[in-house]
Structure formats: C-alpha cells, structure tokens
Write a protein of this length. Structure first.
Length: 311
C-alpha cells in the first residue's frame, strides 16, 4: 500500500512499536573517541564540539541515573504517562571495557519508565562481543544503534579526520542489521570538497544498505573546532547553504532515498553562542514545516527517483 505521507517519519515508527508516547533523554556517560585519545588520532573530527548536542542536564559529572532523573522530570510535568528512551549520545558510546559499558546501559534500563536504549557510536567501535550483547538485549527491549557515517566518501572522511573508512561503516551497518537490531545512520550534508552530485549520491549508496533510520545534518561551523579555523583560512573550500538552498538539497536527496528508510530529521541545531555559520534563525520544527511546504509545492515524495543499485 502506498505511503500516504511524502516520507517515512520517525514519530510514526515509534507509534508502531510503542502503545504510549516516548521521549529520548540524552546521556553523557563520560566516553571519549579513538581519534581523540590517540589510539587512532588526536583532536577528534574537525567539525566536532560536543557541547553542540548536550542539554544542560547532560553533563559528564552526573551519573546515568541522575541525568535520566533530570531529563524525565523536565518532560513528565507535561506528559505524566510518557515513557523514555535512554539516548547515549555524546562521543563514542561503545568505546570502553565491555563490563563497564554494559553496567552503564543496564543502569539506564533499570531506571523507572525507561523503555529502551539508543546508542550513538562509530562504525569502527562495535566489537562482536558487544554486538552479541545488543542482539540478545534487543529481544527483551527496544535497542537502536546509531552510527556516525557522515559521508560515503573516503576522501572526505580522511579530510575531516574521522579515522575510519566507508567500508567500515558498511560492514558495521550490515552486521548490526543482520542481528535484528534497529540501525540508524547520521550523515552531514555539505562537507568541504563534496559537490552537490556527490552529496546526492550518498542517498543512492546508503539506500543499498539495511538502514532503519537516517538523521541528516547540515554542515555547521562551530567555535573552537579545527574546521572553523580552516574556514577562516580558506573560505573558498566551503559552500554554506542558505536555508532555501538546503531545503531543495534535502528534498532532492530524499527523492533518491529508498522509501523504507525512516527520515528522523533534516537538520541539527547548535547553541547560538557556539554557531559561526550558517545561522538561519529557524528552529528544527520550523525548518521541517518549510520542507513539508516545499515538498507539497513540488508534488514529490521519498523514493520518487530511487533506483536500486545493481548487485
């Protein structure tokens, strides 16, 4: 049956799984990354400042339970019947000693009204024993693994100091999905050196993988990052999209995307005090409303131009 909406929405995905409203609670569990601590490199990804996605309650000095308590207190005043997904978001949340990792996950799952976990990580940081743990856990509760892929181009991944290849992303996504685990992908649109056609080709490549959800992020230049310094020295290497330009880009991207992939979001929103550019002055829901309006004007939908890759 044809989907009556122009794209697959994350809210509908959650409604199909849970008989109640659920809300993600972000957690900073004190992890680092292999390209920060020297095992693969130093300094992290050139665009990264983790302050950009950490709510006030989400700080490393607080325990997992304390962060959940504060986050749930914030939301439960408005929705007392709501349940929650513990979202291990900051840095690489599968990078550590196995017993220590599992202890933190299970602390979150034991907290009242937590209905599952979402784990944000890198594709090169999912050892088999941990993946087997998640596979077993997913038979008892909601589990989603979100991989920061960011680009399907090895040239770009090297330039932004990701410290992994696209082949590693593909392997991790396939192995995770093969275990029956919901598998998410993060992708940044507009990274330096990528043409519009290369960006749109990411949709075609990712559509060949067993991806459950996709988060799109516009490139943002953030204070105190190496990319911000690079932009100051060589602005000609960058194309910073206007809001209207980016709307056309994400719709063109979505047209090429496999219809079954859930589009969780189109943009990310960094704190104003950290953001250098582009500053569109739009909240995420306002941007999504503009996307939906333009989709209707264009009379298009997710997968309109989707062509499966030949095997």
């Amino acid at each position: 049956m044809k989907n009556t909406k122009p794209y697959k929405e994350f809210g509908d995905f959650l409604k199909d799984i849970f008989p109640y409203k659920v809300q993600k609670i972000s957690i900073n569990a004190g992890f680092t990354c292999p390209n920060r601590d020297g095992s693969k490199g130093w300094g992290g990804c050139t665009y990264c400042n983790n302050q950009t996605f950490s709510p006030e309650y989400c700080v490393q000095e607080k325990s997992v339970s304390e962060q959940l308590e504060e986050g749930i207190h914030f939301f439960s005043r408005k929705y007392p019947e709501m349940k929650y997904l513990a979202y291990f978001q900051a840095y690489t949340n599968t990078y550590g000693e196995l017993k220590s990792l599992i202890k933190k996950y299970e602390e979150a799952l034991a907290y009242p009204d937590v209905a599952g976990i979402i784990i944000g990580t890198r594709p090169d940081c999912m050892p088999d024993d941990l993946l087997n743990y998640f596979a077993k856990l997913s038979k008892q509760t909601f589990v989603m693994i979100e991989y920061g892929v960011e680009s399907t181009s090895d040239k770009t991944l090297q330039r932004i100091n990701r410290g992994h290849t696209y082949a590693e992303s593909e392997t991790a996504i396939r192995k995770t999905a093969d275990k029956g685990i919901y598998t998410g992908v993060h992708l940044i649109l507009g990274l330096p050196g990528e043409s519009r056609e290369e960006i749109l080709n990411h949709a075609t490549i990712l559509s060949g993988l067993p991806v459950t959800t996709l988060k799109l992020h516009q490139l943002q230049l953030i204070r105190n990052t190496r990319m911000a310094k690079e932009y100051t020295e060589h602005p000609e290497f960058f194309h910073l999209y206007s809001a209207d330009e980016y709307i056309e880009l994400v719709i063109d991207f979505m047209e090429r995307l496999k219809p079954s992939i859930i589009v969780e979001r189109f943009v990310s929103q960094s704190p104003k005090e950290l953001l250098i550019a582009p500053d569109w002055g739009l909240k995420n829901f306002e941007f999504t409303a503009k996307v939906n309006k333009r989709i209707a004007e264009r009379g298009t939908w997710q997968g309109r131009l989707f062509t499966p890759l030949s095997q």
